[in-house]
Design a protein around this ligand. Structure first.
Ligand SMILES: O=C(O)C[C@H]1NC(=O)NC1=O
Length: 246
């Protein structure tokens, strides 16, 4: 089984972190390819960043579809799940966003969870996803450690400390059974945070890898009946000309 994990931002170090975390939990025989767009934001911390990164996600799925190494499942490894539905239109394989994966897993081990993400300003993105996926009433609160995304790579000790402090506040105040980590860049912190906080920690990259394995094992992929059918072929002009007649 070949799983293509797409880091929608363009920071190689974070792609490596994500890929290593995925490798650690992947089943025997599952092969992980961790990739990122050639162009786009170095980190995704706003609606604008999300919108721009969605084009790169689509390009990385198309690269997987057109390559000579067949892809059995895709993971979008950004907590905003940028371009998830558009990506699903481009393939028959399962495409799993790490936020959606984390929400599903968290509700299987707890009745209520909180999210701890990076910057407070991106909390609304998680709230929109909770509503869109139908998990709003399961999530007590969307919290932020107030760390820039790239601090996870550039200042890991300070970032870890701030994350643990916010997770401890969530445990103390939110009446929850689990915490969802709100960033693909936190993929390597799960065990350390769980040990420090004393709660089950659900992290989206690893959750998405295991859900991808489950869907492939069930021989289930993205439905091509209805809105996730392949896009109608048409010309694209200008910088998106390569998308013509998909
Ligand atoms: O929205 C966030 O804070 C996290 C999100 N940004 C990013 O570059 N990768 C992510 O998972």
């Amino acid at each position: 089984m070949h799983i293509r994990i797409i880091n929608p931002n363009t920071t190689c170090a974070m792609t490596e972190t994500i890929g290593a975390a995925a490798e650690k939990v992947a089943a025997q025989g599952a092969r992980i390819t961790a990739t990122q767009p050639e162009s786009g934001p170095v980190s995704i911390e706003s609606h604008f960043d999300e919108a721009i990164s969605a084009v790169g996600v689509a390009e990385e799925v198309l690269a997987g579809e057109r390559g000579d190494d067949p892809v059995d499942a895709y993971v979008i490894a950004c907590f905003g799940d940028p371009g998830l539905l558009a990506a699903r239109e481009l393939t028959r394989a399962p495409v799993i966003g790490i936020a959606e994966a984390a929400f599903h897993v968290a509700t299987m081990i707890s009745t209520r969870f909180s999210i701890v993400t990076t910057l407070g300003r991106t909390g609304i993105i998680a709230e929109h996803l909770l509503e869109s996926y139908g998990f709003s009433h399961h999530c007590r609160r969307v919290r932020a450690a107030e760390i820039p995304v790239l601090d996870l790579e550039d200042n890991p000790d300070i970032a870890f400390q701030r994350l643990v402090e916010e997770c401890l506040r969530a445990k103390e105040e939110d009446n929850i059974g689990a915490i969802v980590l709100g960033c693909g860049g936190m993929a390597d912190l799960t065990d350390r945070i769980s040990e420090a906080v004393g709660l089950p920690i659900v992290e989206g990259v690893t959750a998405a890898v295991k859900l991808a394995e489950a869907l492939v094992g069930l021989n289930l992929g993205t439905s091509k009946h209805g809105d996730l059918a392949f896009p109608r072929p048409k010309p694209f002009v200008g910088r998106f000309e390569s998308f013509s007649h998909l």
